[in-house]
Write a protein that binds this ligand. Structure first.
Ligand SMILES: Cc1cc2nc3c(=O)[nH]c(=O)nc-3n(C[C@H](O)[C@H](O)[C@H](O)COP(=O)(O)O)c2cc1C
Length: 209
């Protein structure tokens, strides 16, 4: 099948894109508003950008009214990005519903939080990875504009239980669920992790620097 984006309506284009770019990690994000209501929402247009300093990206689509996460980020620049535990797919999904601004998804879903170290939004107790972040830059992309948010990780929380033998996070232990096309999720309980050896390039074909 061949798709010309110019011939496809916006809704279908979204389905084509999210069906092709899979699996996507899910940023489960806490932010806080001026009334101190803690907001929680999932975002799968999420990835690492650079490691020095550690920066991640989250793309937040246009909505009228603006999505609470973006509004809070623009207002105070702080967020905690969690990787959801594998047992929380239903809660992740439900937290993406259209709750009114004064309603906290944390309370609605009965989740426990604890204070963060460097930012005001609290972090989720049950998340094995929580990245305390400050907003660095926003970039409008597309029409109506999605806001690409670049966030610097100012503190990492990683549960000892997901640290591997090399002293770094191990995907086999973390097993964070991921987002697929439609309303589908990848349950990482069944992930197969395949480790590869260091690549070898003969001396005459190797990049010289
Ligand atoms: C798994 C999942 C991933 C999502 N990813 C995105 C995303 O990358 N960008 C986006 O704008 N909305 C995304 N959404 C939709 C938002 O979560 C949804 O609009 C939510 O209501 C926003 O909440 P807020 O207004 O509290 O910020 C996603 C929803 C789900 C369930």
């Amino acid at each position: 099948m061949d798709i010309d984006p110019a011939q496809v309506d916006r809704r279908s284009l979204y389905q084509w894109l999210i069906g092709c770019v899979v699996p996507r990690p899910i940023a489960w994000i806490t932010t806080i508003n001026e009334q101190q209501v803690v907001n929680l929402a999932p975002f799968s247009f999420f990835n690492g950008v650079t490691a020095s300093p550690p920066i991640v990206s989250v793309a937040i689509a246009h909505r009228d009214p603006m999505k609470d996460t973006l509004r809070n980020l623009i207002a105070n620049g702080e967020a905690v990005i969690h990787l959801a535990p594998s047992t929380a797919i239903e809660q992740v999904h439900q937290s993406g519903a259209d709750y009114a601004r004064h309603i906290s998804e944390i309370t609605e879903l009965g989740l426990a939080t604890i204070p963060s170290i460097r930012v005001r939004p609290p972090r989720l107790v049950d998340a094995q990875v929580a990245l305390e972040c400050r907003l660095l830059q926003t970039v409008p992309v597309g029409t109506p504009a999605t806001t690409l948010c670049l966030l610097e990780v100012v503190h990492f929380h990683v549960a000892d239980a997901v640290i591997g033998a090399d002293g770094f996070p191990d995907a086999k232990l973390l097993r964070a669920p991921a987002r697929l096309g439609g309303r589908n999720y990848l349950s990482a309980a069944s992930w197969e992790v395949i480790e590869q050896p260091l690549q070898v390039v003969s001396a005459e074909k190797r990049l010289t620097r």
